[in-house]
Write a protein that binds this ligand. Sequence first.
Ligand code: SAH
Length: 212
Amino acid sequence: MYLSPTPKDMGKEELLEHWRETGMITDERVLDAFEAVPREAFVPEDLLHDTYSDMPLPIGGGQTISQPSTVMLMLQWLEVEPHHTVLEIGAGSGYNAALLSHLAKEVITVEYNPELAERARRKLRDLGIDNVTIIVGDGGEGHPDRAPYDRIIATCACPTIPAPWMEQLSEEGVILAPEGSEFSQTMVRVLEGRREELGGFRFVPLRGEYGF
Ligand code: SAH
């Protein structure tokens, strides 16, 4: 969880304004993607009033759709280009994948929970998004069939970046993942073999072979 000073009851336009004014998000493509994707389509009906509150929301199965500021920071750090193929670990609601669909050529997203995967698939289809493929499986293993990836982004916490992700990354590729314990993590970006740490966060844990 990214702890921001953003008031909780903002609308979409106010969030955009907040990010522009504070200089927190400056990447226009990322801001445009946020503008284009209806977050309300991915939020449970009883929480619609909090769609544009800057906090994570439960999406079922003990999982969450990340806080808007966290999603935006991660997308900005990922530096996705229009010709990229992106691998996401943890499709969840499908919201982040929908944003990525605007930034990348193609998005492969792996989701552990089959019910969440099915629901996300339906939502993306209803929105007419056709460059995202949702795979049910253990994202710790990556998805070797479509490797190498220009960008790999994990939206769940891992104890350490799984070896398969490194193996499936293109030469100039970037990995962004929250690394740490089950309860608190540091955002790590790997590029050109270098590791950068980008601050403290809290994500739901990666399950499976490489998880908790
Ligand atoms: N990106 C999502 C938020 C995901 S929350 C969104 O925009 O809504 C993290 C997700 O990671 C959860 O849906 C959880 O089921 C999934 N997850 C946990 N372990 C996983 C694994 N080993 N492989 C794939 N997905 C995993």
